[in-house]
Design a protein around this ligand. Structure first.
Ligand SMILES: Nc1ncnc2c1ncn2[C@@H]1O[C@H](COP(=O)(O)OP(=O)(O)OP(=O)(O)O)[C@@H](O)[C@H]1O
Ligand SMILES: [Mg+2]
Length: 379
């Protein structure tokens, strides 16, 4: 069934199954080992490398699914403890919904703050979670109830909290300490904390003054090796009677430093451009890149429309540079008609905070390679 319904085997943006997921076997094994030994894990890597995918792949392993309840909670867009408990509660409810266990039946009984959200669907008669954010009156109480509920689970849980660094930016100041205490006293769940903001995550787990200090095993994630990815991509073409030159994949991988999302986006388009029995060759790469970048154009236009002019001008300068080294040097400022070193510095700080820029060993670059190309050539 699945085989026939997937039009393009280079799946982007969601996890489907083993079949469309490249490798990560050592990383999956590492996670398995930590969790089986009762250790929590802090997974830290740059954006778009494949953290969320890895966690979902791990959760999809038959032994893990069998042995644990698994919950994947993405808190990227949350800004307060109320949103955190809402998101966590909703994920637990949604995952348990199809199950028939006594533990599930206790959900609304034990989490009293959610009780008003318990409704029966008038057509199907099944319970729904009909709660708004505004219904969370005392978030700390709801948090207590959720953890008390987890501690009653009839199987151990694994709770992955994706984009965990968000909690350090919540309006309330004590969330880290509060959560740490809850997690420490929770004997029915293991945790995977993942995040892409290295300095925030490192600060949370590696500073002695912070509540989560040394509370989890740190794990990084590198790009999938080019040989491994190329074998995977060739197989996906061949299985459907299409062909691809190995150099094409190596070239794409190299242009995007092996960052999985960008590589998969281009391979998806190259696959689409290749006819059945045809062979994907190097000259097609430019067309695929052009198509992908243009497919993102409306997002990029929106983004720029909302960006203050001072940041926009610095962003474009960095795009033209590719990787920008001495951004406060007189040469850089003059070349791109920027204001002053201090205004460049202020803009860069905000661009970093908003995830538009990333800092590498060689300098600053726009983290989204496609946005960078679009800004440098189209805009
Ligand atoms: N091993 C893999 N094989 C195939 N595709 C993958 C693999 N890992 C990730 N991807 C694809 O790459 C994309 C980016 O991966 P993912 O969302 O897991 O990255 P991330 O590190 O969580 O990024 P972000 O920091 O932006 O949340 C996903 O949409 C997924 O489709
Ligand atoms: Mg992610």
């Amino acid at each position: 069934m699945e085989e026939k319904s997937i039009q393009n085997p280079f799946v982007v943006g969601k996890y489907l199954s083993d079949r469309y997921f490249c490798d990560r076997s050592d990383e999956t094994e590492f996670l398995r080992k930590q969790i089986l030994n009762g250790r929590d894990v802090a997974l830290i890597s740059p954006r778009r490398i494949g953290k969320s995918g890895l966690i979902q792949h791990f959760f999809n392993q038959p032994d893990i699914k069998e042995r644990y309840y698994v919950f994947f909670v993405d808190i990227y867009s949350t800004t307060s403890l109320a949103e955190f408990v809402y998101t966590l509660g909703k994920e637990i409810y949604e995952q348990l919904k199809p199950k028939t266990t006594i533990w599930k039946e206790k959900f609304f009984q034990m989490i009293a703050s959610f009780r008003m959200g318990f409704k029966l669907d008038s057509y199907t008669g099944t319970p729904t979670f009909d709660l708004g954010l505004g219904d969370i009156q005392v978030p700390q109480t709801t948090l207590d109830e959720i953890f008390a509920y987890i501690n009653e689970a009839d199987k151990t849980c694994i709770i992955a909290i994706d984009e965990f660094q968000q909690i350090s930016e919540y309006a309330e100041k004590n969330v880290e300490a509060l959560l740490r205490t809850k997690i420490q006293h929770c004997n029915k769940a293991h945790f995977i904390f993942s995040g892409s903001k290295r300095h925030l995550m490192s600060n949370m787990f590696n500073s002695p003054a912070k509540p989560f200090y040394q509370s989890a095993i740190s794990m990084g994630l590198n790009p999938i090796p080019v040989k491994v990815y190329s074998d995977f991509a060739i197989k996906l073409f061949e299985e459907r009677d299409k062909h691809v030159d190995r150099e094409v994949i190596e070239d794409v991988w190299t242009q995007y430093d092996g960052y999985t999302w960008f590589v998969q986006m281009i391979m998806n388009e190259l696959y689409a451009l290749t006819s059945v029995n045809g062979t994907c060759q190097s000259p097609m790469i430019a067309e695929a890149q052009q198509n992908v970048i243009m497919s993102q154009e409306s997002i990029y236009k929106d983004l720029l429309a909302n960006l203050p002019p001072k940041q926009k001008i610095v962003l474009q300068a960095i795009a033209k540079e590719g990787v920008a080294r001495n951004i406060t040097s007189a040469k850089f400022i003059k070349k791109y008609s920027l204001n002053s070193a201090s205004s460049v510095q202020a803009a860069v700080k905000l661009l970093l905070k908003n995830d538009l820029l990333t800092q590498t060993d060689c300098g600053y670059r726009i983290y989204d390679f496609f946005l960078s190309e679009w800004l440098a050539t189209v805009y």
